[in-house]
Design a protein around this ligand. Structure first.
Ligand code: AGP
Length: 608
C-alpha cells in the first residue's frame, strides 16, 4: 500500500520526508514524490521507480521549507509513471494532495470537473480529488477538504497543503490508516507508525471519517461535520521491525490476516447489486466480444494455477463456457489450439512470472484475446494483455502466496459473473452471488478469529514427514493449495489429491503417522467425502477436517475439525483455504523454518 508522511515544524522538511519514506519502503511501491512549501508556492519533485531515483533528482537541489509531505505510490489507478506519482496539484497549482486508497466515484467527479474546464495531467483518482478540493477552496483549506470529502465515496488516507496557508497540514482518513505524530514544536502525520519513530512515540490514530489540522505547535482532530473532537494520545510500544510487520511475527501472517480487507479492495467498485452483475472496465470486453467467446483457457503457475482450477469450475458451472486450465510452462511449448474465439486468462500475483508471460504472448500470437488477473500494477504481464483486472490486494511480501490467492478467486468469480449474466444466469441468481461475495470479508474475519484453534492443531504435524490433503469438486484445488503451502514453508512433503482418487494409489500411504487433511464443507459432494474419510479411518489414518457448523457426521469420524462459515458452493474455497494457510504457517513456525523467505524459493520466478 502507499506510504504517506507529512511534517510541519522548525526543521527542513525534505530530509525528514525522505527518511520517513525510506522507513516505509518495505510496504512495496512503484513511484515516489514530495511537496514542500517555499517562496510562497509549492515545490514538487516526483519520480517513477524507487526512492533512490527521487533522491538522485533532489541531489544538490533539495527544496527549502519547513512544511511538506511525501508519498510512495502503489499504483491502483494508472501506471507507475512520474506523471501519476503523488503529490498532485489542483487546477490553481496552489493546493497539493497525497492519497492512499481508491476514490470509487472519481470518474463521475472528473466528468463534472472537466465540464467546468478543469485540465488533468494524470490518470489518477487522486488528482481528481485535488481538483475538487481546489474548486471548493474559499480561503479555508480545512473546510474545503471537509466539503470535498463529503462528496467522495471510497477509501482514502490523505494529506493536503496549500501555498496560501503555510505552516498547516490537513489530514483525513476513511479506510486507509492515518496516524499523527506529536513532537516538541513540530508535528507529523503518516500512514504507518514506522515513519514516525525517529521523531516521536506519541501518536493519535485517526478513525474513519476523521480529519486533523496540524501546525508546528498545535493539532486538532475533527470529523467532516464537527470542528473538534477529543482523541486519546497513545504511545508506540513496538520496535521498527515489529511495526513493519504490523505487529505480526511474519509478513505471511500479516497478509493472511489482511484478507478481509484485501478481498474488499479487490471487489471495491465492481459489484452491481441492482443488476446482480459486475462492472470491470479494465476487462475491455464488450458484451458483443464476450458473447463471441467459445472457449476459455486459464494459464498460470503455482498458487495462481490453483486459483485457475477454481475459476474453471465457476465458469463452466455458471457461464457454461468450456474452460481449460494449463500450466503456463507446458502451454508455452505445446501446440495449443487457440483462435480468435478463444479467451486466454493469465493469472499472476507478481505479473512477472516468465512462464506465464511466455504463455500469454504465445496465445496472443495465435490470435486469442488475452486478459490478465494481476496484482502488481504496471508489471510486464499487466502491460502485455489486451485487458484485465488488478487484484488490488496490496503488496504481498511473504514468498508463500496467501491474500493474492483469495483475491484471484474473487476476481475469477467476478469475471464468471460478467459472462454468466450475459448468457445463462438470472438476475436473482446474480444478486445471490453478489450478496454472497459481499459477506465474504466478515466471514473470513470469523475464521481468522479462530486462528488459535489452528495453532493448536499444528502440533499434530510434529515429527511428520508426509501429509495428504484431500478435497472434491471446487475444493480439490484447495487441497492442492494447502499442500503447496505446507511443503513450501515447512519442508514437509505434502500432496493434494482428489478425495475419491485416493483409493487408486495414495491410500497405500495411510497410517497413523501421516496427517490427512480433508476439506469437507457441506456442499454437493459432502456425502461422498464422508465415505472418503471413512476409508482413511479404516486404515488407521488420522483426519483433520475443515467443515461447516454442526457437522456431526464428520465430527464423529475426524480426530479434529475446524469450522468455517457456509457460503455458496463455488465460493467455499475462499473460506476453506484460510485454515490451511494458517496451519502451514504454524507448522512452519513450530519447525523453526524461515516463513517469509523459505529456502530455494523466490517471490517472483522471472526465469524459466
Ligand atoms: C505460491 O505460494 C508460490 N510462491 C508460487 O507457486 C507462486 O504462486 C508462483 O510462482 C506464481 O507466481 P505469480 O502468481 O506471481 O505468477
Amino acid at each position: 500500500m502507499c506510504g504517506i508522511v507529512g511534517y510541519v515544524g522548525p526543521k527542513q522538511a525534505t530530509p525528514i520526508l525522505m527518511e520517513a519514506l525510506r522507513r516505509m519502503e518495505y510496504r512495496g511501491y512503484d513511484s515516489a514524490g514530495i511537496a514542500v512549501l517555499n517562496n510562497g508556492g509549492i515545490e514538487i519533485h516526483k519520480a517513477a521507480g524507487k526512492l533512490s531515483v527521487l533522491a538522485g533528482e533532489l541531489e544538490g537541489r533539495e527544496p527549502v521549507g519547513t512544511t511538506g509531505m511525501g508519498h510512495t505510490r502503489w499504483a491502483t489507478h494508472g501506471a507507475p509513471t512520474t506523471v501519476n506519482a503523488h503529490p498532485h496539484l489542483d487546477q490553481s497549482g496552489r493546493i497539493a494532495l497525497i492519497h492512499n486508497g481508491i476514490i470509487e466515484n472519481s470518474t463521475a467527479i472528473k466528468k463534472a470537473l472537466l465540464a467546468r474546464g478543469h485540465v488533468f495531467l494524470s490518470e489518477t483518482d487522486t488528482e481528481v480529488l485535488a481538483h475538487l478540493i481546489g474548486e471548493l477552496y474559499e480561503g479555508n483549506l480545512e473546510e474545503a477538504v471537509a466539503a470535498a470529502l463529503r462528496d467522495v465515496d471510497g477509501a482514502y488516507g490523505i494529506v493536503v497543503l496549500s501555498a496560501d496557508e503555510p505552516g498547516t497540514l490537513i489530514a483525513a482518513r476513511n479506510g486507509s490508516p492515518i496516524v499523527l505524530g506529536l513532537g516538541e514544536g513540530e508535528n507529523l502525520v503518516a500512514s504507518d507508525q514506522s515513519a514516525l519513530l525517529d521523531h516521536t512515540r506519541s501518536v493519535v490514530y485517526l478513525d474513519n471519517g476523521e480529519m486533523a489540522v496540524l501546525s508546528a505547535n498545535s493539532y486538532r482532530v475533527r470529523t467532516l461535520t464537527t470542528r473538534q473532537i477529543d482523541k486519546p494520545v497513545n504511545q508506540i510500544e513496538w520496535d521498527l521491525a515489529t511495526i513493519e510487520r504490523g505487529g505480526f511475527d511474519h509478513f505471511m501472517l500479516k497478509e493472511i490476516f489482511e484478507q478481509p480487507e484485501s478481498i474488499e479492495n479487490t471487489m471495491r467498485g465492481h459489484l452491481l447489486e441492482e443488476t446482480g452483475n459486475v462492472r470491470v472496465y479494465g476487462l475491455k470486453l464488450s458484451d458483443t466480444d464476450a458473447k463471441k467467446v467459445k472457449r476459455i483457457i486459464i494459464t498460470a503457475c503455482g498458487t495462481s494455477w490453483h486459483s485457475a482450477l477454481i475459476g474453471k469450475s465457476m465458469i463452466e458451472e455458471l457461464a457454461r463456457i468450456p474452460t481449460d486450465v494449463e500450466y503456463a510452462s507446458e502451454f508455452r511449448y505445446r501446440n495449443p489450439i487457440v483462435d480468435s474465439e478463444t479467451l486466454v486468462i493469465a493469472i499472476s500475483q507478481s505479473g512477472e512470472t516468465a512462464d506465464t508471460l511466455a504463455a500469454l504472448l504465445e496465445a496472443k500470437q495465435r490470435g486469442a484475446r488475452v486478459l490478465g488477473l494481476v496484482n502488481v500494477v504496471g508489471s510486464t504481464i499487466s502491460r502485455e494483455v489486451h485487458g484485465g483486472m488488478y487484484l488490488r490486494c496490496g503488496p504481498e511480501i511473504g514468498v508463500a502466496s496467501t491474500k493474492a490467492f483469495t483475491s484471484q478467486v474473487v476476481a475469477l468469480a467476478m469475471v464468471t459473473l460478467r459472462f454468466a449474466r450475459l448468457r445463462t444466469m438470472s438476475l436473482l441468481e446474480g444478486r445471490r452471488y453478489i450478496d454472497a461475495l459481499q459477506q465474504l470479508p466478515a466471514q473470513i474475519q470469523q475464521v481468522l478469529d479462530c486462528a488459535p484453534e489452528i495453532e493448536k492443531l499444528a502440533s499434530r504435524f510434529d515429527g511428520a514427514t508426509n501429509a495428504l490433503y484431500l478435497g472434491r469438486g471446487v475444493n480439490f484445488p484447495v487441497a492442492l493449495e494447502g499442500a503447496l503451502k505446507l511443503k513450501e514453508i515447512s519442508y514437509i512433503h505434502a500432496e493434494g489429491y482428489p478425495a475419491a482418487e485416493m483409493k487408486h494409489g495414495p491410500i497405500a500411504l495411510i497410517d497413523e503417522n501421516m496427517p490427512v487433511v480433508v476439506v469437507a464443507p457441506r456442499d454437493a459432494v459432502h456425502g461422498k467425502i464422508v465415505s472418503n474419510i471413512q476409508e482413511v479411518r479404516a486404515r488407521g489414518g488420522k483426519v483433520i477436517a475443515i467443515v461447516n457448523k454442526n457437522d456431526e457426521e464428520i465430527s464423529r469420524l475426524a480426530e479434529a475439525t475446524f469450522i468455517v462459515p457456509e457460503t455458496l458452493d463455488l465460493l467455499t474455497p475462499i473460506l476453506t483455504v484460510i485454515p490451511l494457510q494458517l496451519l502451514s504457517y504454524y507448522v512452519a513456525v513450530n519447525r523453526g523454518c524461515n516463513v517469509d523467505q523459505p529456502r530455494n524459493l523466490a517471490k517472483s520466478v522471472t526465469v524459466e
